[in-house]
Write a protein that binds this ligand. Structure first.
Ligand code: NCD
Ligand code: ZN
Length: 349
């Protein structure tokens, strides 16, 4: 048995409003607890997106009603709505800017809009970016120009992690996260899995995967799930949406890597708790812990608490299982059962 602090996932798609058939605050936060995660930061590419104060406030109210663990929400940078940024910053945990296309339509590709984000978003709150390939260089350039921190979401390619390593080497204020699926799956898995292995960024080559692992102890700041649930029916239909679930498999997979000496348990805690908390200035969760049993167990779709009910890791061996989660002194997950009530999570960071 080992005990960890409550983990923090800084990249979760909670799907409220507009995607409640895929996931909602009650089911996503149940999945989080089952995965040893006691705080999630929700992405704003909902329908409609969280780019206006009234939408953000309404989503926060739904989270307060339903969440079983602690939740912060990102504001979306949406062209045409950027005058709302200062008001959004009063409640949002951070700002999300999409530089590339993905699920939802939030791409910001005009320089004046990017400049507005960097000028008008308050400096004490972070800017996170979805940036792939050369867009990473755009983000680094903006961080340098405006002398403010940028956090890069789900970095997945060798050339991207190398560029971020060089930027950090020059002292630029950038941080980054990687996902378990980019650490454990490659393009051969994408072929095997079809739509169930399709997400943005796409799965990389084995060389990309190796490059991420080579930077696990230095350049990479956080492991984040990019939990992006879609229903099996949507995935099996024409034009399936990109995205895979990840809240319940992240910790078992990373602990498997610990058991294989690919990283230390201390490094896991840094990547999944300490750095997320420091980078996003998140509050401490007192009397909060995750008890783990280091025993082989197989990841199964049928064990998932996420509403989508499937994982790209179905059938894979993991070296550990979450046995019990305690949040602020209450047992909220034990022996496969989520015990936290709806509405017991704290909302807003
Ligand atoms: C995400 C989603 O479904 O919202 N999909 C994905 O493939 N990662 C969007 C995103 O995070 O880019
Ligand atoms: Zn995402």
């Amino acid at each position: 048995m080992i005990t960890l602090p409550g983990l923090i996932d800084v990249h979760t798609h909670l799907r409220v409003p507009g995607g409640e058939h895929k996931e909602d605050f009650a089911t996503a936060t149940a999945a989080a607890l089952a995965g040893g995660i006691t705080m999630v930061l929700g992405m704003p590419n909902t329908s409609p997106p969280l780019s206006t104060p009234s939408r953000l406030t309404a989503a926060m109210a739904m989270a307060e009603r339903d969440a079983r663990c602690d939740v912060g929400l990102f504001a979306a940078a949406e062209p045409g709505q950027l005058h709302h940024l200062p008001t959004l910053a009063e409640t949002a945990v951070a700002l999300k800017i999409y530089l590339n296309d993905t699920f939802g339509r939030l791409r910001v590709d005009k320089m004046p809009d990017l400049a507005t984000c960097f000028r008008d978003w308050p400096r004490h709150k972070l800017i996170a970016m979805h940036a792939e390939k050369q867009s990473v260089a755009v983000g680094i350039g903006l961080a340098a120009t405006y002398n403010r921190s940028v956090h890069f979401c789900h970095i997945s390619r060798a050339e991207e992690i190398d560029l971020i390593a060089d930027a950090k080497g020059r002292g630029l204020p950038v941080t980054c996260e990687v996902t378990p699926h980019h650490l454990f799956l490659n393009e051969a898995d994408a072929t095997r899995l079809g739509a169930l292995g399709d997400m943005r960024p796409l799965l990389g080559t084995q060389k990309d995967v190796d490059a991420l692992w080579a930077h696990i102890n230095d350049t990479i700041d956080c492991i984040a799930t990019d939990h992006a649930p879609h229903t099996l029916a949507e995935k099996r239909a024409d034009n399936p949406p990109p995205g895979v679930a990840g809240l319940e498999t992240s910790l078992p997979l990373i602990l498997t890597a610990v058991s294989q000496n690919r990283l230390t348990l201390d490094r896991l805690i840094t990547l999944m708790h300490d750095n997320p908390r420091r980078i996003y200035s998140l509050p401490e969760q007192p009397e909060t812990a995750v008890d783990i049993e280091m025993r082989p167990s197989i990841i199964r779709n049928s064990d998932m608490h996420s509403k989508c009910g499937w994982t790209p890791f179905d059938g894979m061996d993991a070296a550990a299982r979450v046995m019990r989660v305690t949040l602020r002194g209450d047992i909220v997950f034990e022996n496969g059962r989520v015990l936290a009530e709806k509405g017991s999570g704290r909302v807003g960071m």
